[in-house]
Design a protein around this ligand. Sequence first.
Ligand SMILES: [Zn+2]
Length: 136
Amino acid sequence: MIFKKEKLRRTVTITKDVRDGILTYCKIHHPYEGILILRGKSKKGNVTIDGLIIPPFSHGGPTFAGFPHSFLPFDPSYVGTVHSHPSGTAQPSVTDLHNFFGFVSLIVQSPYEDDDIFAYDRDGNLLEITISQDKL
Ligand SMILES: [Zn+2]
């Protein structure tokens, strides 16, 4: 028996409303980091995001925005987090990968325009984002 070690590449789909909500939230928090919980579904490696939740506990600072995962209520509709990088590069930091939560991590780089959102998996691989005009 041959085990194929094929990695499932996740695709990420977000609604236009959610995208706009994320960008606005990041702009409001600038120059500090903003962080939100992503709500949606994960099915066969495809993550769809149709909602945003402001974390119950969060602290923003110039270098790190995060929250202890123990503060997060368990909810199967929480598929990941999004946070901003006010410094202007969307590269995930070591801290980001350590604090990975869920299936996908979105990072938004300054100046938070439509093309400034990037999606990463747990290993820090860049994933493709599709923007859906419709409700998911
Ligand atoms: Zn970060």
